[in-house]
Design a protein around this ligand. Structure first.
Ligand SMILES: Nc1nc2c(ncn2[C@@H]2O[C@H](COP(=O)(O)OP(=O)(O)OP(=O)(O)O)[C@@H](O)[C@H]2O)c(=O)[nH]1
Ligand SMILES: [Mg+2]
Length: 207
């Protein structure tokens, strides 16, 4: 694991609360409970820098983490969890969208999906929406440790077919796939094209 210096850099509901300065940012998005906060902790070698929970909907604000003074990792609120009070749930879409469309420093969106489930409608929408807004996306399948090798391989192939994008399997718990993910983050932060970025040919119809 890397000896990276990481620190909480603030929470925000909107642009006024975003950190100042011009560090590049990598945002981690995905459905509630998919493992966003846990993955951020695993990447940074910290147990509880980002708050995690078995109760979905834990992360409601946008949380920024400074990584070695080099870039921010951004923990976005989870989308699409039904058991959150309705008014609050409604605020998540705009809050996330505002960040994703309005943040010049954003270099890459790491979109998490659970390796145990086929891609959900919201995941499809998110990939399409990110591509529409010309935001580079890397799809990462979390909780790789929950499946055996054969099942995991099949699941990744199915997700790649469904989402029409390369999918990188990881396990925060077992610390698998993190080196490959770090390479993608480094490339994005250093301004290089990201190898795993989803691409559709212009003529291809969606879905
Ligand atoms: N087995 C296993 N469980 C994991 C892994 N990553 C996360 N989890 C579990 O998944 C649950 C949700 O993890 P969180 O990191 O809080 O998920 P989140 O996406 O941040 O959720 P919200 O903040 O609600 O959007 C917790 O119970 C974690 O322990 C993993 O790699 N393997
Ligand atoms: Mg979280």
């Amino acid at each position: 694991m890397r000896g990276v210096r990481a620190a909480f850099a603030g929470s925000a509901a909107g642009p006024q609360g975003y950190p100042k300065g011009d560090l590049p940012e990598v945002a981690v998005a995905g459905r509630s409970n998919v493992g966003k906060s846990t993955l951020i902790n695993a990447l940074l070698g910290r147990k509880a820098l980002a708050k995690t929970s078995a109760t979905p909907g834990k992360t409601r604000l946008i949380n920024f983490f400074d990584v070695g003074g080099r870039f921010h990792l951004v923990d976005l609120p989870g989308y699409g969890y039904a058991r959150v009070p309705k008014g609050e749930r409604a605020a998540w879409g705009p809050r996330i969208e505002r960040y994703l469309t309005g943040r010049d420093a954003l270099r890459l969106v790491v979109l998490l999906v659970d390796i145990r489930h086929p891609a959900q409608e919201r995941d499809h929408q998110m990939v399409a929406w990110l591509e529409h807004h010309k935001l580079p996306v890397l799809v990462v399948a979390t909780k790789r440790d929950k499946l055996g090798r054969g099942a995991a391989g099949k699941a990744v192939a199915g997700l790649e077919r469904d989402l029409e994008a390369p999918v990188l399997p990881v396990s925060a718990r077992k610390r698998e796939g993190l080196a490959a993910l770090w390479r993608a983050l480094d490339a994005a932060v250093d301004g290089a094209a990201v190898a795993g970025t989803a691409r559709r040919s212009p003529g291809q119809s969606p879905g």
